[in-house]
Design a protein around this ligand. Structure first.
Ligand SMILES: Cc1cc2nc3c(=O)[nH]c(=O)nc-3n(C[C@H](O)[C@H](O)[C@H](O)COP(=O)(O)OP(=O)(O)OC[C@H]3O[C@@H](n4cnc5c(N)ncnc54)[C@H](O)[C@@H]3O)c2cc1C
Length: 497
């Protein structure tokens, strides 16, 4: 550290998953360059949901130096290979959106073009037959070995994950302050936050504040009044009810998202219990009915009381405003159908680390951070909206609304392009790649009218050999895998609670 640059004091407000992720990452990765303090209110507590993740979290965990087996054991985690969607396209439909790659692309076009041509020529295998992770999920098998290169994420206990991150943050000298933030003081000249006052009168000073206070957004909104762009017209669900239940058989290596008449239900199997919830639109179902629907659709006995959540989908227009960076629910919420929220918090933290100010905060830092955040949120938002929009269901007012609602121009273009030509717009650094879009679009019954002409250069026999080789590779790898339960038992079995 140059002697001309003063050591920054970073104050993280909030000790949920986002807060402890931020504190762990900043204190470890910027080591002696900054001082980190984290304030959390035990009285307010954490949101306590957020248990399904996506693969990039593994890289984040590695950056923090976590040992995967220890991590999984400590937080009763299971493996996740994707999400099974039930009743989304039509009642009775089921498809899996898995991680990983499907088939093999060529220079001119993606694999689904070959698959579409195969359909015309009488090949009957479903698109997912050519994806290792999807077939492993179906067979309830798992092998987290580098040799197989399986793409996976975790189902984890949200409370224990935050505690696990806390140990890393504390080991890297994060100061842990317990208390409720009651007042936020700002500099009269530039509006920057100078300090936070706790319920007992303690004053916490800082240079940079990371608002991880969840939906309360105590700093970014409560003090800085930063605008929020609502997405409610595109993502109509605004409520959820969640409950935990006993383990039910061997844990599935995938999350379930089961559509009902006014929303959808999640099932997230951990080693010691199942996390369940029902996400719904309060314009189409009452809270009492939603709770009954969830309780009636549990596979095993509930072990907690149901908890309700109300939220407004959307994003903070400036996630970084003055010297305050909002991370996690304080910066926005899409909805949990693709398990993206913890990922977006992680991504915001890494973005902050990449743009971390040396000396004073420059406007260009903020502008770049906010522009990248907007791009990421818009892309993920479109992917999620597609799940609701691309439905053939008309059996309830909710699904009729979704089917007919307006969607962003960017998504409308993408759907039209795929439907008419099987092509995709090229977007840089998209979280959900073409494989994901294709699995979900086909799963929701969007079938392209054409495929790329280059595919016809392959004769029927050649195409058959091409498909056969990929499928054989997938099947051979899956057969060699242990079951999900066997792999957990040998790799990361936790002690029963
Ligand atoms: C129904 C639902 C389901 C979800 N499912 C998923 C999922 O499957 N996958 C996923 O990735 N994400 C999911 N999420 C999102 C996920 O829960 C959050 O992204 C994650 O838990 C991080 O939350 P957070 O830390 O931002 O907020 P919180 O957990 O709410 O933490 C806020 C912290 O701020 C503190 N705080 C608040 N106000 C004050 C104050 N005045 N003074 C001091 N401290 C204060 C609180 O005490 C707490 O420590 C879901 C969310 C909902 C609502």
């Amino acid at each position: 550290m140059d002697s001309d640059v003063q050591k920054k004091r970073v104050v993280v407000a909030g000790g949920g998953t986002s807060g402890w992720m931020a504190a762990a990452a900043i204190s470890k990765l910027l080591a002696n360059q900054v001082e980190v303090a984290l304030i959390e209110s035990e009285e307010i507590g954490r949101i306590g949901v957020g248990e399904a993740t996506i693969p990039p979290l593994r890289e984040f965990n590695k950056l923090l130096g976590m040992d995967e087996q220890h991590f999984m054991r400590s937080i009763h985690a299971t493996f996740k290979l994707g999400i099974e969607f039930v009743n989304w396209g039509r009642l009775g439909d089921s498809y899996i959106h898995s991680f990983g790659v499907t088939g093999k692309d060529c220079w001119a076009c993606d694999f689904h073009n070959f698959w579409l041509s195969g359909l015309k020529k009488g090949f009957t295998d479903e698109y997912g037959a050519y994806c290792l992770e999807l077939q492993a999920a179906k067979a309830k098998r798992m092998l987290g070995s580098e040799k197989y290169g399986v793409h996976y994420a975790y189902h984890l206990d949200a409370g224990l994950y935050a505690e696990f991150l806390k140990t890393i943050a504390l080991a890297n000298r994060t100061e842990h302050i317990k208390g409720k933030i009651e007042k936020v003081f700002t500099d009269k000249t530039n509006g920057f936050i100078t300090s936070l006052e706790l319920h007992d009168g303690r004053r916490i000073d800082g240079d940079l504040f990371v608002d991880c206070t969840g939906f309360r957004a105590r700093l970014i909104e409560g003090a800085l009044n930063t605008q929020y762009e609502p997405y409610g017209h595109y993502l109509p669900c605004d409520s959820a009810v969640a409950v935990q239940s006993e383990s039910f058989g061997e844990p599935r290596p995938y999350t379930q998202a089961i559509a009902h008449h006014a929303g959808w239900q999640w099932r997230i199997p951990l080693q010691h219990r199942v996390g369940n919830g029902f996400v719904y639109c309060s314009r189409f179902i009452s809270d009492d009915e939603a709770q009954t629907l969830l309780m009636d659709n549990l596979e095993s006995s509930a072990i907690t009381e149901p908890r309700m959540f109300k939220y407004s989908t959307g994003r903070r227009i400036k996630a970084w405003n003055k010297n305050c960076v909002a991370v996690g629910l304080a910066s926005g919420f899409l909805e949990p159908v693709e398990s993206t929220s913890i990922h977006l918090a992680m991504s915001a933290i890494l973005r902050l680390l990449r743009l971390f100010p040396r000396g004073e905060i420059k406007q260009s830092h903020l502008d770049e951070f906010n522009q990248q955040t907007k791009m990421e949120m818009d892309q993920v938002r479109d992917f999620i909206i597609m799940h609701y929009k691309a439905t053939e269901r008309d059996d309830s007012a909710f699904w009729r609304y979704c089917k007919n609602m307006e969607i962003p121009e960017s998504l409308a273009h993408r759907l039209k392009l795929f439907r008419e030509t099987a092509a995709f717009p090229i977007k840089e650094k998209e979280l959900f790649k073409i494989d994901s879009w294709t699995q979900v679009m086909l799963g929701q019954r969007i079938m392209p009218q054409q495929y790329h002409p280059i595919v016809d250069l392959m004769g029927e026999q050649e195409l058959g050999n091409f498909f056969g080789k990929i499928k054989e590779g997938v099947n051979q790898a899956v057969v060699k895998m242990p079951t999900h339960q066997e792999f957990i038992d040998s790799y990361c079995k936790s002690t029963p609670m």
